[in-house]
Design a binder for this molecule. Sequence first.
Ligand SMILES: Nc1ncnc2c1ncn2[C@@H]1O[C@H](COP(=O)(O)OP(=O)(O)OP(=O)(O)O)[C@@H](O)[C@H]1O
Length: 763
Amino acid sequence: MIAKNSLPGPESKRTEPPQYCPPTKECQAVRLQMAENTCDQPQGLYEPIVCTKGYYCPRPGDQRYLCPDKHYCPLGTESPVKCGPLSVCPSGSSREFHLDGFVVAMILDIVLLIIVFVPLRLGVSNLDFKKYRKDSQSSSEEVLEVAERPTLLSIPGEHETNYPSISITYEEITFELSELNRPVVSSVSGSIQRGMLCGILGPSGAGKTTLMRLLMGKIEPTKGIVKVNGSQTTISRLKKLTGYVPSDDILPSHLTVYETILHACRLRGPRNWSEKQRSVATQSIMQSLGILHIQHQLVGDQLMSLISSGQRKRVSIATELIAAPMMLFLDEPTSGLDSTTAMVLIDLLKKISGTGVIVVCILHQPRQEIFVALDHVMLMAEGMQLYEGSPGEAASYFSSHGFEISKDANPADYLLDIAASKARSASPHIGTVNMAQQLARMWEQQQCIQNEAIQHTEDEIETSELAPDAVVDLERTAALRGASWLRQVQYCHLRAMKQQLRQPFSLLLEIAVGGVAGLLIGLGLYSNKGMHFEGVYLTPFEMLSSAVDYSTVPKIGNMITLAIALAASAPGVSTFGDEKPLYWREAAAGHRRSAYFTGKVLATIPRMTLSSLHFASFYAILATPSINFWLLYVLVLLYFYCVYGLASAVSVAVKRENGALLAMILCLIIGAFGGYAPMLSNVQSWHLEWLWRLCPGTWLTEAYFDLVLKRVEYLYDVHAAAAWTGFSLRRTSLDVVMILIIGTFYRAVTFAGLVFFDRDKQR
Ligand SMILES: Nc1ncnc2c1ncn2[C@@H]1O[C@H](COP(=O)(O)OP(=O)(O)OP(=O)(O)O)[C@@H](O)[C@H]1O
């Protein structure tokens, strides 16, 4: 309130207006300052003065008292303002040193450090990368020994007593791309029956991967059809029954081998399994694949793998096998493996196919034993089919066309030579020019001759095993697989939390950056001593007003939004941007995309909470704004929420390397559109307020402006300030809700981006 101090002079009331006296030169100079603008002495006999900072002057205002302990008294205080329970406010304080947030932040930091670092010191954590690397190197590859144990093989049949049969037929499938002058895959036909181990062979660029993607239903053929159990149901509808091991081993980083496989089991395994059954199945798979001894080692990522490439490949295979697929497709499963380990792996795949699972793998250079272990071979060259059938009959088929395979040679190598037009035929009908086309034509003719027999076989299949309800059975089986949506959210959330805690440096750095950003802004405002606003005194004392300062509060809002943009955009980008390939792989495997998204978003909340708490507490200690700390914290947290959301949305839309910069620019823009420069009132005069209102910065600044002005409305004409700046007063709740809505909208955009961008990679 405007109060007359205890110095002599008649009382000045609203009914008896004060008299304005010209100030002395010294007083005039003080009044025209932006802060500390009260003269200690009234100017003239009838002029009241504002109650001095650090004192309060209760009504009628003719007495002045020292501000008591645990309270603070800014300029013109009528009754002291109570400080927060932990704030520093000795008697005579004119501002509050908010310590509540700081103390809570320090306690949380200590807890976090204990969680992250104490297990490391005790050597019981699985976060110790060096330890893992050492273990990994010292462990022997007990592949042969463990692969003999057929524990895995009981898994598919174990939990599904009426395990339905499955077969794939494909008729003249062709895949063309407009930019290529020849089809990538040209008129390929054949069938793969239940329990077959099938190898796709061919030189590089032959179309093997494309053929596999066509068979899996990941891409649609330009011509021809793929049937499952005789029905044209697309295989992609049976995602949960299909396992796909891509050639590049995409695995979640910072999980152990055991956790990685268990996660896949939880999400894709039979719904009714208990945790114990899942754990047993995980152990069995690891044992079968010879990776049990590294179960507690971290997998690492593609930049820093903590296990060997062969082990990584087997972990990748295990994550598919654990889902007990009925069709398993593997793109180059033996690449990166020594020939012994490759053989062991093929043996294992053979045993798996023996349980009724269709196993199709692309093989580059299979050794002879691997080749003969196959039940079915497809030989491709230049997108065309040169042969399909048993490996044993391949030699006689090609020898009938003049290709004699010597007894000592590896037939697989010789077939690849033929496909690459590097072998010579004794047949006068086959020249070295366009050999692949000639062989493809011959295979086509052969197919025509056998057409009747094939037709007969297909009829048999359609009438017996492939009854119409066979696909329905499969779909019913698929429906029983996989965790419920809520469970998937829970598992994805847990995984994301683990990943975060296992990158303690990134987590602590993110929190520290938040703290430093708040600290720097706070430092800049320290000299203001908590006085961030000055207005025109309420009537009838307006004549006593000093120079007004309406713009500092919007400027602070602007600084807060820009600082948060700098501090939080990079972590926001990494939330989804860093593991897009993993997301694609999991979405393609039938994981619920919304569950993954929700789990990840929930996992960012603790990080955001801590970063924003550090930001707000350092800012509040130094800037000493005269607002409630926890209200300030809510605003800062919500703004972090927006920046994380926008950065995530950017990260799903652009390439990883561009994500961080683009996100930062956009976050700076939504912060700069906060109503400070240009002032919101100017924007209103241009009829562009709607554009500013789309940015959370405007709402944050308005909320902050409102909170600050609420504390001084007893002293100043705050409505004049609101009119000058363009911000509205008394609608903090709306401002808060709008920031929340905008942050949530960014997340909705992120989710839409996840779903709609790179759709082909999620099939
Ligand atoms: N989306 C695409 N855009 C352009 N070209 C493509 C595309 N997909 C496949 N191709 C081309 O089609 C051919 C066959 O590709 P594919 O990946 O199926 O061969 P591959 O036999 O699996 O090769 P590799 O053994 O080297 O992996 C290649 O020449 C490839 O460049």
